[in-house]
Design a binder for this molecule. Sequence first.
Ligand code: GDP
Length: 455
Amino acid sequence: MSERTIAAIATAQGIGGIGIIRISGDDAIIIAQRIFKSITNKDISKMKGYTATYGHIYDGSTLIDSGVLLVYLAPNSYTGENVAEISCHGGLYVTRRVLRAAFNAGASMAEAGEFTKRAFLNGKIGLTEAEGIMDIISAKGEQSSRAALGAMDGALRKKIDAIKNSLIVIAAHLSAWADYPEDDIPDVSEEKLSTELSQNVESLNELLSTYDAGRVMREGIDTVIAGKPNVGKSTLMNLLSGYERSIVTNIPGTTRDIIEDTVMLGEIPLCLSDTAGIRATDDPVESIGVEKARKRVKNADLVLAVFDSSQELSDDDRELIELIRSCPSVAVINKSDLKTVIDIDYIKSRLDNVVMISAKSGTGASELERVVSKIIGTSGLDPSAAIIANERQRDCAVRARDFLIEAANAIVNGITLDAITVIIEDAVSALLELTGERATEEVVNSVFSHFCVGK
Ligand code: GDP
């Protein structure tokens, strides 16, 4: 247990019905006793775990608020330590005032993520679960929060444990065989060893393939809406945003600036920018916008290229088609409610993904979602399955996999089994780092520094 007893506001900072101040550490109950008086005169130091009492909150002799004190006793709490949670009235002033009372009574300020870090250090959760908790707090969409729940429940750790355990068995067998040649340990068949190694490489590759889709679900896809003026870019953006965002007009070239917004296309979070049309222009203000748009298109994760189905393809349209041929893109043929004039076959011959839509009425939006999900690779994603969720986890998994590939090559090259055992142990080490069982203090600190205070 840590010597410092920490306190922080656990609820969001802002106006709400209830605010919770969480205190954790050896002295949590003593500190609660100093600032909380039960209306039934209950002796707080004798409260059982998981029990609550109603009363008044004081700073010294000053009454601050009334509220509920909930007591958890070590090790049966979130952090594994004694924990007191005081629910008071929400609102910035009151919650901060209660927190100050806790400080005055002996608690110190919790660092970002310190509650969860203590839970980790006390063996309550693994590092990947902790990262899952962090992801849940910041999850944007339903699918990403389900994925984070999966991580919190240990989906990734279970998968990594399975791989790790199988490697430990292999390494142990190899060591035993090398160390006790006179004993009756079955021979190590190189073929069997190779098969087992490649099975584990495959499992790791499978996990690694979830990384990009997982990242996308969490952070959103950097998306550009491009197209010449008046094809309906703002209208499409408004459809996706669900409210009037950019000004829809029928004067070409009005959307000069790039407007950023995160919207949900079904389950997929898109970080949208409504860009200026891409076309030749003499207007200096507009040409800056056009140049910006061209750059954005090239750098985006996804381009929604909008065309007006009621008009012939123009040179600007053709230029846009050429610009996005090498990008992940969807040709959105808009105004499908009007008579089709545009040469769809030409577009289909140049671009793989073509969707008819009416941004005005919303027809075709679900088809657009299906196509985007296919391009981004989220269509086959099972959000509750194990997912590599961040760069730290990915780095460990890549190192483990590369060690296993090295070990497999070493077998082919006739390297001694002793040396191969060492390489397999390196792979195990990388996996132990992934789950946090053997993470350095630096790694652990960096994971928790991303949390908000109060978690
Ligand atoms: P932008 O310049 O590309 O952003 O185009 P806007 O979104 O401002 O739309 C230009 C005009 O096309 C507006 O008058 C819209 O009402 C109209 N428009 C947009 N989408 C549709 C659609 O699906 N059907 C029809 N009939 N008109 C549309």
